[in-house]
Design a protein around this ligand. Structure first.
Ligand code: S3P
Length: 451
């Protein structure tokens, strides 16, 4: 439904209290990478807990088009028979990545150092997003890109026949760019180096190591220097995908703002490159605890317990934390609307080039619901109205953006008057069970018939 189907308008009404256990789906970032690394490996990769959202299913289809054997065995259980590093076949059809920036950018990287051509497209949201951030470094390997003006999809990539290794400092804090370069580096001889000033999610580095590549990370004055030794033989692995902290954010944040709530969200990965939201909520005074903290597969994991929090205060979110919570700002701004005082969010210009311009999408919708928002190119601020202080009563646009749709539906669970989202369809890209999961906790979410 990521822009392909009829819009699905949905209304959220004030809930009496959210209660129970929210089992959120598998991590989107790790799910994409499991399929792509499985496809680039020799032998069989078994994945459990895969997120079966549209974004990841599009990546599964793409891996088949490049020659891998990808099979669904059961709920979240998948098997990939890879073709090995450098073994991608030229696809016989256009690769449609739907709504997924992660899918298209990582796959472009993975094919850019093989002597094949591939044409990529997506939905209206994805076809409006910048791709030069990936095609610029891929050109250094010897790949060529032919796309629309401004480096937009649809776009054809001609992979390099004789790739050279690359040393590249990422100009924007982006795990997608870092990952595209590392995946391209797999089929280049010698060492490929990526330097990032700010730490972004490190799943690619960890998983590449797990599949048998030599990857080192050094923290130097110039930033994090990540070095990959080219042309490894990746071997199929067993991957148990942890649950997505970005999806967990929705039931957690809804519980904090809906009076009478007490929700447990079990088994959430709290990798420091992903957990910035939870730190921020605790600084705001949220009643959010990490229960049963433990390590699983080398990653910190805990059960999150969130209770209604009437005493939250606005804060300035440290800009150096932005990369570790970049997908969580929309729902953070919803929580901020119910805190006392102003929440400032500096250093977030990347939000303007996500599935939508997320600062604009949230600002317009929050204002329509009675919340004052200030914004600049690189920052925004929400004036909190205190617990129970947000009016609601508006219809807001989700702009083909799953996280905007879910953020406003969470808002409507706590506002005086209902909040309607014009299209909840994009939620299927990352959190296909959002609606029944939130309903089981006690949320009132109703699909409305269009006239
Ligand atoms: C992702 C990286 C982030 C994030 C996206 C997933 C990834 O994008 O917003 O949802 O899996 O690498 P950027 O790399 O553009 O910041």
């Amino acid at each position: 439904m990521s822009g392909h189907g009829e819009p699905v308008p949905m209304v959220a009404r004030k809930a009496a209290g959210l209660k129970g256990v929210a089992e959120v789906p598998g991590d989107k970032s790790i799910s994409h990478r499991s399929l792509i690394l499985g496809a680039l490996s020799v032998g069989e990769t078994r994945v459990t807990g895969l997120l079966e959202g549209e974004d990841v299913l599009d990546t599964a289809k793409a891996m088949r088009a490049f020659g891998a054997d990808v099979e669904r065995l059961g709920d979240g259980e998948w098997r990939v028979h890879g073709v090995g590093v450098g073994g991608f076949a030229e696809p016989g059809q256009v690769i449609d990545c739907g709504n997924s920036g992660t899918g298209v950018r990582l796959i472009m990287g993975a094919m850019a150092t093989s002597p094949i051509a591939a044409t990529f497209t997506g939905d209206a949201s994805l076809n409006g997003r910048p791709m030069a951030r990936v095609t610029d470094p891929l050109a250094l390997f010897g790949a060529r890109a032919y796309g629309r003006a401004g480096g937009r999809l649809p776009m054809t990539i001609l992979g390099a026949a004789d790739p050279v290794p690359v040393r590249y400092a990422t100009p924007v804090p982006s795990a997608q760019v870092k990952s595209a370069v590392l995946l391209a580096g797999l089929n280049a001889p010698g060492e490929t180096v990526v330097i990032e000033k700010e730490a972004t999610r490190d799943h690619s580095e960890r998983m590449l190591r797990g599949f048998g590549a030599e990857v080192t990370t050094e923290v130097l004055p110039e930033g994090r220097v990540i070095t990959l030794k080219g042309q490894p033989e990746l071997m199929g692995q067993t991957v148990d995908v942890p649950r997505d902290p970005s999806s967990a954010a929705f039931p957690v944040c809804a519980a904090l703002i809906v009076e009478g709530s007490d929700v447990l969200v079990p088994n959430i990965g709290l990798n420091p490159t992903r957990a910035g939201l939870y730190e921020t909520l605790r600084e705001m005074g949220a009643d959010l605890t990490y229960e049963n903290p433990r390590e699983e597969g080398g990653e910190p994991v805990a059960d999150l317990r969130a209770r209604f929090s009437p005493d939250m205060k606005g804060i300035v979110v440290p800009p150096e934390r932005a990369a570790s919570m970049i997908d969580e700002y929309p729902v953070l701004s919803v929580v901020a609307a119910f805190a006392e005082g102003r929440t400032e969010m500096p250093g977030v210009k990347e939000l303007r080039v996500k599935e939508s311009d997320r600062i604009d999408a949230m600002a317009v919708g929050l204002r329509a619901c009675g919340v004052a928002v200030d914004e600049g190119e690189d920052w925004w601020a929400v004036e909190g109205r205190g617990p129970g202080g947000v009016t609601g009563g508006a219809t807001v646009e989700s702009r083909l953006d799953h996280r905007i749709a879910m953020a406003f539906l969470c808002l409507g669970m706590a506002t005086e008057r209902p909040v309607t989202v014009d299209d909840a369809g994009p939620i299927a890209t990352s959190f296909p069970v959002f609606e029944p999961l939130m309903q089981r906790l006690g949320a009132s979410l109703v699909r409305v018939n269009r006239a």
